[in-house]
Design a protein around this ligand. Structure first.
Ligand code: ATP
Ligand code: MG
Ligand code: MG
Ligand code: MG
Length: 567
C-alpha cells in the first residue's frame, strides 16, 4: 500500500455512538466521538492518529507561512527555570495559572505558559549589533496553563499546542513592520486553513505592551465576545471596549459614568486624582460612583501598576484604600487579580458590585470562563463563574467610530499579536550596538496562534448534523474510500485506494471486516473527510459512487473516472 493510504482495518480507530457526558461543545463531542482525541485528565488530551494528522496539517500551514516571512524555527524547553519569570514579574503575575514544580535539589521550575522571557534571553545571546536584527524566531510547542475551568475539549486545554513567534527590532518603525508581516502571515494562514475569522482590537493582558489585535473565529462555542460595526467595520473584543461602562439595565443600578476614550487619563492625571505619586503602585482600589462605593479590587498579593490602571480607568472616582477600609463592607465583592491579567486593567474584570445580578456586570472583559477570579465574601473564597457571562456593551449601542448600532458576536480567540515594545528587553537589558556605535534597546513583538485550538475552531465552524466536515487543507485525508462489505468490493476498494495514493492523494480506506455498510457510512460522515468514495453494489460493473461530504451530492462513475474526479 502506498504510504498515504491508511487502512482502517489496521488502525486503532474506534468511533463512539454517544457524546461524552461532560461535553458541551460540538467540537468536543465530535472530536471525541470520531476518534480524534481522548481525554487523559481535565484539560489534558491525547491526540489519536486522525487528530494528530489534523494537528500536523494545521502546524504545517502555520510553519510554511512563518517561514515565508523569514521566521526562524527553534524549539525551546517547556520546563523552565523560575528566575527569568521572576525577573519579568510574571512568576507572580500568572498566579494560579502557572504550573510550578520543584526539582530534587529544591530548585523552582515552571512549565512555560508562553515564552517571552526565554526568547528574549536566547536572541540576546545571539545578537549583539543592529546588523543582527531584525530577527523573527518562532516555535510550535506545548504550552501549559492551569486554566481555572478547562472545558470544551481541546478548545481550552491545560496542555495545548501554540505557535509562538517573537520579533526583535531596533526601532518602533521596524517593530511596526514586523507586526505587519505577522498580521499578513496570519491572514494567509487562516485563509489557507479555511477558517472564517475577524481581526479585532484587543487588550494586551498579561503580555504587556501596547498595540494588540486578536484573530477571532466566530462560533457559538467561543468564549470571547466581540463588537462588530456593520457600517464602518470597527471590530473589537469587548475586553478592549472601554467607551461605555455601565450596569446592565436589568439591575436597576444607577448608570456608571461614561468612560470616554479621548479623556482616558494618563498615569499622571489618574495619580493626581487619587493623590498618590505617579511612581506609586496601588495595592487596593476602591471605586466610587456618585460618591458611593461600588466596588473594590484587591490585586492578590501583587501590586498593581498605576500606568496600566490609567489606561483602563477614567472619570470614575478612585481612591486608594487599605483592606481595613472596607472590612466592614461585606456587601462589596473583592476581586482577586488573577494570573490571566496580572494587570490592573484586568483587575477590573474582577470588580463586581454584588447588587449586579448574576450574569451581568458593568466591568469590561469579565466574560471569560477562564477568568481566574476568586471572590472573598465573609472571609470565604469562591469561584466567580456566576459573574462570567457578562455583557458590557449591548447590540445597538453606538459604534465608537461612526455611531452606527453595533452587533455583538461570540468567537474563539485563535490568534493574538502584540507590539510588546521594550518590556522584556528592559527586564533583561537587551541592547544591541546601534548604527552610531551607541547601545540601542531592542523592541519586541509577540505573536501566538493556538494550533490545537484551531483544530477545535475548524471543527466548530465546519461540522454539520452528520459530524465533522473538514476543509481539505486540514482533513486527515483527501478521500475516504468505503468498502461496502463483500470481498470483491473490499478488493476493489483497496485497489482504488492504492491508485489514489499513488496519484498523491491521502486516502483513508474503510476495509474493516464484519462492520456493516451502514456503520461505515455513518463513520465516514462522522470522520468528515471531504470526499467519500463508496465501493458498493456497482462494483461488479466497475462503478463506484463519489459523495461530497459537505453537499451530500452523489455521482456514480466508472473507477478510472472517479479516481480522476476526486484527485
Ligand atoms: P484566552 O483568552 O482564550 O484564555 P489568551 O488570551 O490567554 O487566550 P494568549 O496568551 O493570547 O491566550 O495566547 C496565544 C494563543 O494561544 C491564543 O490566541 C489562543 O489561540 C491560544 N490559547 C491560549 N490559551 C489556550 C488554551 N488554554 N488552550 C488552547 N489554546 C489556548
Ligand atoms: Mg487565557
Ligand atoms: Mg484572550
Ligand atoms: Mg490573547
Amino acid at each position: 500500500m502506498a504510504a498515504r493510504v491508511q487502512r482502517l482495518s489496521r488502525s486503532m480507530l474506534k468511533t463512539l455512538r454517544d457524546d461524552p457526558a461532560d461535553a458541551e461543545t460540538t467540537s468536543h463531542k465530535l472530536l471525541v466521538r470520531a476518534g480524534y482525541v481522548r481525554r487523559t485528565a481535565a484539560g489534558i488530551w491525547t491526540w489519536l492518529p486522525l487528530g494528530k494528522q489534523v494537528l500536523d496539517n494545521v502546524s504545517r500551514v502555520v510553519r510554511e507561512e512563518m517561514d515565508a516571512i523569514g521566521g526562524q524555527e527553534v524549539l525551546l524547553p517547556a520546563l523552565l527555570p523560575r528566575e527569568p519569570y521572576e525577573q519579568s514579574g510574571r512568576y507572580e503575575e500568572y498566579g494560579d495559572l502557572l504550573f510550578r514544580l520543584r526539582d530534587r535539589k529544591g530548585g523552582d521550575y515552571l512549565l512555560g505558559p508562553t515564552h517571552e522571557e526565554i526568547f528574549t534571553q536566547v536572541v540576546q545571546g545571539q545578537c549583539a549589533s543592529y546588523k543582527d536584527l531584525p530577527v523573527i524566531a518562532y516555535q510550535i510547542q506545548t504550552k501549559y496553563r492551569d486554566e481555572a475551568r478547562p472545558r470544551s475539549g481541546v478548545l481550552r486545554g491545560r496542555e495545548f499546542t501554540m505557535k509562538d513567534a517573537y520579533s526583535f527590532d531596533v526601532s518602533d518603525e521596524a517593530l511596526a513592520e514586523s507586526y505587519a508581516l505577522h498580521r499578513g502571515a496570519y491572514q494567509r494562514i487562516f485563509e489557507r486553513l479555511g477558517l472564517d475569522y475577524r481581526i479585532v482590537s484587543a487588550t494586551s493582558g498579561a503580555m504587556g505592551g501596547s498595540a494588540s489585535e486578536e484573530f477571532l473565529a466566530p462560533a457559538a462555542a467561543g468564549e470571547d465576545t466581540f463588537v462588530n460595526c456593520p457600517s464602518c467595520g470597527y471590530a473589537a473584543n469587548t475586553e478592549a471596549v472601554t467607551t461605555t461602562v455601565r450596569p446592565a439595565e436589568a439591575t436597576g443600578h444607577p448608570p456608571v459614568e461614561e468612560l470616554d476614550t479621548p479623556d482616558t487619563p494618563t498615569i499622571e492625571t489618574l495619580a493626581a486624582q487619587v493623590g498618590v505619586p505617579a511612581s506609586a503602585t496601588l495595592k487596593n482600589l476602591l471605586v466610587k460612583v456618585d460618591g458611593e462605593i461600588v466596588a473594590v479590587a484587591v490585586p492578590g498579593d501583587r501590586e498593581v501598576d498605576m500606568g496600566k490602571l490609567g489606561e483602563q480607568l477614567a472619570p470614575a472616582e478612585v481612591e486608594l484604600v487599605t483592606a481595613d477600609d472596607f472590612a466592614d463592607r461585606p456587601d462589596l465583592v473583592r476581586g482577586y487579580v488573577g494570573p490571566q491579567g496580572g494587570m490592573a486593567g484586568k483587575a477590573f474584570r474582577y470588580i463586581a458590585d454584588p447588587r449586579v445580578a448574576p450574569g451581568t456586570a458593568w466591568v469590561t472583559g469579565a466574560n471569560k470562563p477562564d477568568t481566574h477570579a476568586r471572590h472573598v465574601v465573609c472571609g470565604r473564597d469562591f469561584e466567580v463563574d456566576r459573574y462570567l457571562d457578562v455583557v458590557v456593551v449591548e447590540p445597538g449601542d453606538p459604534c465608537p467610530e461612526c455611531g452606527t448600532g453595533i452587533e455583538l458576536d461570540r468567537a474563539i480567540e485563535i490568534g493574538h499579536i502584540f507590539q510588546l515594545g521594550r518590556k522584556y528587553a528592559d527586564t533583561f537589558e537587551f541592547d544591541v550596538l546601534g548604527q552610531d556605535g551607541k547601545p540601542v534597546r531592542v523592541t519586541m513583538g509577540s505573536y501566538g496562534i493556538g494550533v490545537s485550538r484551531v483544530v477545535a475552531a475548524l471543527a466548530e465552524q465546519s461540522a454539520d448534523a452528520q459530524g465533522l466536515c473538514w476543509p481539505r487543507a486540514v482533513a486527515p485525508a483527501d478521500v475516504h474510500v468505503v468498502a461496502a462489505g463483500k470481498a470483491a468490493q473490499t478488493e476493489l476498494a483497496l485497489e482504488v485506494a492504492e491508485r489514489l495514493g499513488e496519484a498523491g492523494a491521502r486516502v483513508l480506506v474503510d476495509d474493516r471486516p464484519g462492520v456493516s455498510p451502514g456503520v461505515k457510512f455513518t463513520d465516514a460522515e462522522l470522520i468528515g473527510v471531504p470526499t467519500i468514495l463508496i465501493v458498493g453494489r456497482g462494483a461488479k460493473d466497475g462503478l463506484v459512487e463519489v459523495k461530497d461530504r459537505r453537499t451530500g451530492e452523489r455521482t456514480e462513475l466508472p473507477v478510472t473516472e472517479a479516481i480522476a474526479a476526486v484527485y
